[in-house]
Design a protein around this ligand. Structure first.
Ligand SMILES: Nc1ncnc2c1ncn2[C@@H]1O[C@H](COP(=O)(O)OP(=O)(O)OP(=O)(O)O)[C@@H](O)[C@H]1O
Length: 295
């Protein structure tokens, strides 16, 4: 078993070292007559947390599903970790699929499995040759890494609070030591304290594990607190990508309303207070200083 695992590990491709682990060009997605995306383009930088925002129904989840291969685009090109996933030969390539982790809205845990067993699902799927004992150990490590107490590993999802379910989903997303992490509204439904704690965890994990994070959110506090750049979906495409100050310098009405409305200003004020507290300072080195990319 261990020999097999070693052999497989030796075929594991080296980590992606290009500038953009996700490149989307001219993407179109349609459901019958309903066109959700049209000529959408976006590049995600290696090592950044990219917040993805847009009004309800603008296609944020459909975009994420297209990147991870759960939605076949009508047209366009999606390159992930240097591989063109719109090429039918690559679509089911497990060597790429094992290099990302996904936290779906609501956690999407299997209710009949314990937290540890949920985390083991991708390990069994992609590395069936790993011995059960090692698999249990890896899973317990990921549970603790995600900020859950060790005892949570043997609990069922129905025994967990909303915040714990999110962390359990995160533990499963981290099971395979991914390079890319996709989070779909991770703080939705959490109280403000729980949401802020989840944000801090996301940032810490992204920095420590050198993850690139694609984070769909409606949470203005999350955008201010942990996102390096923000991509805005509207009019069936990504209308702008940049830091929040860069986005604010644009004159798009939705962007102005979103970030400059009462909630946007409150989130900015709260972030400014927390940023000015020396205990909360973080390196903003990954920020894009070049101005927003307009699509
Ligand atoms: N499988 C599907 N079949 C048909 N229509 C779909 C399908 N999936 C999504 N849609 C439609 O695509 C549009 C975009 O949906 P999506 O879930 O991506 O929006 P969203 O931006 O994530 O919204 P929200 O912020 O409310 O979660 C919606 O009008 C939705 O009804």
């Amino acid at each position: 078993m261990i020999e097999q695992a070693k052999e497989k590990a030796s075929f594991t491709p080296p980590s992606f070292d290009g500038e953009y682990p996700i490149v989307i060009e001219d993407l179109t997605n349609a459901f019958g007559p309903q066109v959700v995306h049209e000529h959408l383009s976006l590049k995600v930088k290696r090592g950044e947390i990219l917040g993805v925002v847009g009004g309800s129904g603008t296609g944020k989840s459909v975009l994420m599903r297209s990147i991870i291969g759960l939605q076949t685009p009508t047209a366009g090109r999606i390159e992930v970790l240097g591989r063109d996933l719109t090429d039918p030969d690559n679509r089911d390539d497990e060597s790429i699929r094992s290099r990302w982790g996904v936290l779906f809205q609501g956690g999407a845990l299997f209710s009949t499995l314990t937290v540890a067993e949920n985390v083991e699902v991708p390990l069994k799927q992609f590395y069936p040759e790993i011995a059960a004992r090692l698999r249990h150990e890896i899973s317990r490590y990921k549970v603790v890494l995600s900020g859950l107490p060790a005892e949570a590993a043997s609990k069922y999802p129905s025994e967990l609070s909303g915040g714990m379910k999110k962390r359990a989903g995160l533990a499963r997303a981290l099971a395979l030591d991914p390079e890319l992490l996709f989070l779909d509204e991770p703080t939705a439904g959490l109280d403000p304290v729980g949401a802020a704690a989840f944000d801090r965890l996301t940032r810490e994990l992204a920095d420590t594990l050198r993850l690139t994070v694609f984070l769909i959110t409606h949470d203005l506090d999350t955008l201010h607190a942990i996102c390096d750049r923000v991509a805005v979906l509207a009019d069936k495409k990504v209308i702008a990508v940049g830091t929040i100050p860069e986005l604010l310098a644009t004159d798009h009405p939705w962007i102005q309303e979103y970030f400059n409305g009462p909630r946007g200003r409150a989130a900015e004020a709260s972030y400014a207070t927390s940023r000015d507290n020396p205990d909360n300072r973080r390196d903003a080195g990954a920020m894009d200083k070049t101005g927003p990319d307009r699509a």
